[in-house]
Ligand binder design. Structure first.
Ligand SMILES: [Cu+2]
Length: 349
C-alpha cells in the first residue's frame, strides 16, 4: 500500500491488519501493528510470511526507518522526565512568582516512522512543556503567537474568567504576532493540563496545542522517579479520526526504547488524556498494580488497580513499584489504539 498523507486513513490502517491472536514470542509478533506497516508501505504478504520480523532487526517497525527525533526537536524518552519549573523570584511579602514563556509555532513533526504531521505546537514540541509549580504561587505565563492561526492558552485550575484563555472573554484570542500574559494563582494542587481553546476546538487541540500542568501540594510528594505521559493521537488525513496513537506523540516509541525504571523504586506517572475524536482512552499495566489518584487532587489514592479509563481532558497520578526485573508492557486497553501505536514497555533493572 502506498504511503501518502491523503491515502492514509484509519480504515486502511486497521483493515487487513490486526493480528487477531498474537501468540508468537517474538516482540515484533507480540504487538499487532499492521496499521503502521501499511502506513509505511510494507505489504501484508511480507508481514504474514514473517519476512519482516524483529529478527531482521529494525527500529520503529520499518526496515531502515526510524523517527528523526532531532528533526522533531524533541525526544519522547526525554519528555518523560522533562519538567519545566520556569523562573522564580520572591515578591514583597514573600510570595513566589513563577514565570514561563510559551509560544505557538506551526511545525511538521514525525509521529511514526515516515508518518509526517503538520502540527501546531507550544514551544515547538508536542506535548508542550510540562509546567510545574507549587500550590499558592503566583504564576505568570507570557504567550506569544508565532503561528499562522489565532490561539489561546486555557489552563485547567481555579482562576478569574479574564485569565481563562477563552475566545470572547477578557482578552479573547491571541492573534498571530500578538501576545498576552496570563496570570493566576496555582490552585488546586494536582495534575492539570493546558490547551488552546479556539474553535474549532477539536482541530486546535488535536493539532498538538496541549501540555501537562503539575501543581505540587505544599508539602510535596514522596521522592519518586517521576514520568509524564500525555496520551495523544494524530489525525494524519484530517478526517476527524486518528491514524496514530501514542504517549508523548511518537507511536510505538517505548516498544523500541523501553522506559527504564529501577526495581522496588517508587515510580510516579502523571497521566494526561489529551486525545481528540475518541471519547475514551485508557492505561493498562501488565503484571503489576498501581495506586491511582484521580486528578491528583487528594493525597490518598482512590483505587488500587491495573487499568484506568480517562475521558477527554481527564488525568490522574499513578504510583507503582516493580518488584521483579524484566520487561512489562503497558498499553491502551482499547485494542485498536494499541495496534496503532499506543503500546510500550517498562524495563525493570
Ligand atoms: Cu489554537
Amino acid at each position: 500500500m502506498a504511503t501518502s498523507k491523503k491515502g492514509l486513513s484509519r480504515r486502511k490502517l486497521l483493515a487487513g491488519g490486526a493480528l487477531a491472536a498474537p501468540t508468537l514470542a517474538l516482540l515484533h509478533e507480540t504487538i499487532p501493528h499492521q496499521g503502521i506497516h501499511d502506513a509505511l508501505g510494507a505489504t501484508s504478504e511480507e508481514h504474514r510470511h514473517g519476512r519482516h520480523t524483529a529478527t531482521t532487526g529494525h527500529a520503529g517497525f520499518a526496515p531502515g526507518r526510524a523517527v528523526d527525533h532531532a528533526a522533531n526537536g524533541f525526544h519522547p524518552t526525554e519528555l518523560l522526565r522533562d519538567f519545566d519549573y520556569g523562573r522564580t523570584r520572591r515578591l514583597a511579602g514573600g510570595r513566589v512568582l513563577r514565570e514561563w514563556e510559551l509560544y505557538a509555532i506551526d511545525k511538521e513533526i514525525e509521529v511514526a516512522p515516515g508518518v509526517k504531521y503538520q502540527a501546531w505546537t507550544y514551544n515547538g514540541r508536542v506535548p508542550g512543556p510540562t509546567l510545574r509549580c507549587h500550590e499558592g504561587e503566583l504564576l505568570r505565563i507570557r504567550f506569544a503567537n508565532g503561528s499562522e492561526h489565532p490561539h489561546t492558552i486555557h489552563f485547567h485550575g481555579v482562576h478569574p474568567a479574564f485569565m481563562d484563555g477563552m475566545p470572547g472573554i477578557g482578552p479573547g484570542t491571541v492573534d498571530p504576532a500578538q501576545s498576552f500574559t496570563y496570570e493566576f494563582e496555582a490552585r488546586p494542587f494536582g495534575l492539570h493540563l493546558y490547551h488552546c481553546h479556539v474553535s474549532p476546538l477539536a482541530s486546535h487541540i488535536s493539532r498538538g496545542l496541549y501540555g501537562a500542568f503539575v501543581v505540587d501540594p505544599k508539602g510535596g510528594r514522596a521522592q519518586a522517579d517521576e514520568l509524564v505521559m500525555v496520551m495523544n493521537g494524530f489525525d494524519t488525513n484530517f478526517d476527524a479520526s486518528n491514524e496514530v496513537y501514542a504517549v508523548n506523540t511518537v507511536g510505538f516509541h517505548h516498544v523500541t526504547d523501553p522506559i527504564k525504571v529501577k526495581r522496588d523504586e517508587l515510580v510516579r506517572i502523571y497521566l494526561v488524556n489529551a486525545l481528540e475524536f475518541d471519547p475514551l482512552n485508557s492505561f493498562h499495566l501488565h503484571a503489576n498494580f498501581f495506586d491511582y489518584y484521580p486528578t491528583g487532587t487528594r493525597l490518598e489514592p482512590a483505587e488500587f488497580t491495573d487499568t484506568v479509563i480517562q475521558g477527554q481532558g481527564q488525568r490522574g497520578i499513578l504510583e507503582v513499584r516493580f518488584p521483579y526485573p524484566g520487561r512489562y508492557m503497558f498499553h491502551a486497553h482499547v485494542s485498536e489504539f494499541a495496534e496503532l501505536g499506543w503500546t510500550g514497555f517498562f524495563e525493570v533493572a
